[in-house]
Design a protein around this ligand. Sequence first.
Ligand code: ZN
Length: 331
Amino acid sequence: MKREDLVRVLKAMKVPEIPPRGKNLLIRCPLAPWFHNNKVDHNPSLSILVDPDGPSLFQCFACHRKGPLSYLVALYDRKSGGVLGAIVDEVQKMEDGDAAAKCDRIIESAYGVTTYGSLFDQKDEESDPTVVWSEKELARFSKELPDWIYNRGVSQAVCEKFGVLWDPKDKRILFPVRRRPDSALVGLSKRTIVPGVEPRYKDGWGFHKGKFLFGENFVDPKGAPLIVAEGFIDVLHLYTLGFTNAIACMGTQVTTDQIERIRSWSMPVIIAMDGDPAGRQATRLLMKELAGRQPVFVATLPDGRDPGDLSFDEMRTIVDNAVFVVETVVE
Ligand SMILES: [Zn+2]
């Protein structure tokens, strides 16, 4: 973002004494009234890395908030009751263009990949995704689950929370998918527990998997960073471990609708897809589409592991060491 634009935005947030030059601006944190102990920032604590060709990054050493400028602006606007108005969108637009270009560059150099079109072109089949299923559909399945699921590090309490069911006839575990904000039942997916049986997953009639995220009905946009995982069991396992802001894209075919949903919560995101080639490809897409809009971190899972088979300590370490995408972009 250009310096003059940045100064204008900072003035709108009532930041006093903006230094007239320098690549690294040190200013008083505009978030102080809400996030600082004394509600003021006497000694400037917030540093902004000004980059006319890329997203400007901020970091406050007092309230520890950091990320692209658009995140600072969005937070300020939300907390102040919307005083910034059109500026929020304006900053988003300016930063978007910059961030997208930078993300492309880092992804290219890191992975040697240049196009994402093929992943993104897929469309959901035509039919009404707003159809809500009757809860009666669930009545014919059993609540008595086989040990198979508990042996995967999922607790009974979490299974109950998500309403996981068992189809003894088909020998499959059922995962009901519920949308926000009304928790209406929008789909069902069942996974076989018999080794070698294909397909492993079967989706219920007319379930628009790509329109929803498993666990979205429980997401708390003001809570801990959102962990974005691949599968149903990953989410159930994360909940069992105590990571209770987690969702699954239900596979590696991440769709634009799913990305829109994650964007709409404007919250920090930790991408934790499986440690295999398909998981990495989905990670790249999520990085590219989310970075610059909200703080995005990438958790690196060991080869061949997924969040569903890690211990609490392993997962904690992975979350703590997740890489902040835009910071990496700027280096
Ligand atoms: Zn601060």
